[in-house]
Design a binder for this molecule. Structure first.
Ligand code: NAD
Ligand code: WQD
Length: 342
């Protein structure tokens, strides 16, 4: 059974391809490489022994996207990861984000319709909840004001798929990821931020390896157990496996509705200082960090209720924060060793 993965050269897409192959699926990828190279697909090949074809196509181009679907009429589903994801960049250039993330989705839906593709899985985000007032958030929690144009593209993307699913046969699943971190345990694939990372875990590992001088903890006077923000960090391989499970669930026609939504988090809130401690423990490295001012736009705390994904998809978030940090660190060290040996 063949699956079309968009954004397959990216962080979560590449890890999901590994899990799909391990579960017997064939995969083709479409990625314009606007935020990637094919390096992670080389890693996927080393891990799985399978060479993945990537169509270097911008999904905002309907003609090129159509040609990919035309050549792959036999796919059983699409997993749509491709999007821009940098929050501050989206604040600075909202139109870039609206165009890239939403025009591409319209084109995907047009092709899914024309080629009668039965199943669609969409990368959504906990950012759709905005500044959630009740914790943990459940799938039925209200979607409050989006805190960035990026988050708005996820709210709108979800709504577009929901409206589409009301009048078409495609079965869709919207997966709301919390904070995906870590890497495949082989050290052959992982997160490859372009330029200076925004996210905590690559910032920690790049500081520890000496690429960055110091980490600033954004805020230490919040009303939390140690004053720093709380997030639900979730291992990227657990996120990856949820996609396989979602597709299997749709293929087995277990879905209750044409468009269903699932939270993907561990259910555990971890503070920034706890994340740093976990990193120091597994790496043996004393991290150079300082307590700094709050980052504008940060929510104080968010974590998932993941009961629905557990019960309906049979999914478990099996990895704890230390193994998330361990694999992220192995990947950073492997990247350095590869540079040194070249
Ligand atoms: P990533 O940047 O590593 O991968 C996204 C890939 O999509 C990149 O390889 C990029 O080149 C490609 N792409 C972007 N626009 C494209 C277009 N118009 N046509 C073709 N390819 C295009 O990001 P990721 O972390 O793997 O995220 C995957 C998805 O998960 C995204 O939709 C993101 O919004 C969502 N998400 C990510 C996180 C996170 O923290 N990483 C959290 C929640 C949701
Ligand atoms: C985590 C915590 C920071 C960097 C973002 C998107 C969200 C989703 C996941 C896509 C926060 C703190 C960070 C640093 C720090 N992505 N931090 N120093 O902001 O929870 O979520 O990624 O959908 O939409 O907004 O993730 O990794 O940036 O921050 O103290 O140098 O680490 O304040 O508390 P965030 P993050």
């Amino acid at each position: 059974m063949k699956v079309l993965v968009t954004g397959g050269c990216g962080y979560i897409g590449s890890h999901t391809i590994v899990d799909l192959i391990n579960n017997g699926f064939d995969v083709v990828s479409v990625d314009s490489n606007i935020r990637s190279t094919t390096q992670l697909l080389d890693g996927v090949e080393k891990i799985t022994g399978k060479k993945i074809r990537n169509y270097k196509v911008d999904l905002c181009n309907l003609e090129d996207t159509h040609a990919v679907f035309h050549e792959n009429r036999d796919i059983v589903g699409v997993i749509h990861f491709a999007a821009l994801k940098t929050v501050p960049e989206s604040v600075a250039d909202p139109l870039f984000y609206f165009h890239n993330n939403l025009a591409s989705l319209v084109n995907i839906l047009k092709c899914v319709k024309e080629f009668n593709i039965p199943n669609l899985v969409f990368s959504s985000s906990c950012s759709v909840y905005g500044n959630a007032t009740e914790l943990p958030v459940v799938e039925t929690s209200p979607l409050l004001e989006a805190q960035s144009p990026y988050a708005r593209t996820k709210q709108m993307g979800e709504q577009m798929i929901r409206d589409y699913s009301k009048v078409n046969d495609t079965q869709s699943i919207l997966l709301r990821y919390f904070n995906p971190v870590g890497a495949h345990p082989s050290g052959l694939i992982g997160e490859l931020p372009i330029g200076r990372p925004d996210n905590l875990v690559p910032f920690i590992t790049q500081t520890a390896i000496g690429k960055l001088p110091k980490l600033t903890v954004f805020g230490h006077d919040y009303d939390t157990r140690d004053g720093s923000c709380i997030r639900d960090y979730i291992h990227v391989m657990d996120i990856a496996n949820a996609h396989t499970k979602a597709l299997q669930y749709l293929l087995a026609k277990k879905n209750k509705d044409n468009c269903e939504v699932f939270n993907l988090g561990t259910g555990n809130g971890v503070t920034v200082l706890e994340a740093i401690k976990a990193f120091e423990k597994i790496s043996g490295v004393k991290l150079n960090y300082e307590l700094g001012p709050r980052r504008p736009g940060d929510v104080i705390a968010i974590y998932a209720n993941n009961t629905k994904a557990k019960e309906e998809l049979g999914w478990v978030a099996s990895t704890g924060i230390e193994d998330m940090m361990r694999t992220a660190w192995q990947w950073e060290v492997a990247l350095r060793d590869r540079v040194l040996s070249n």
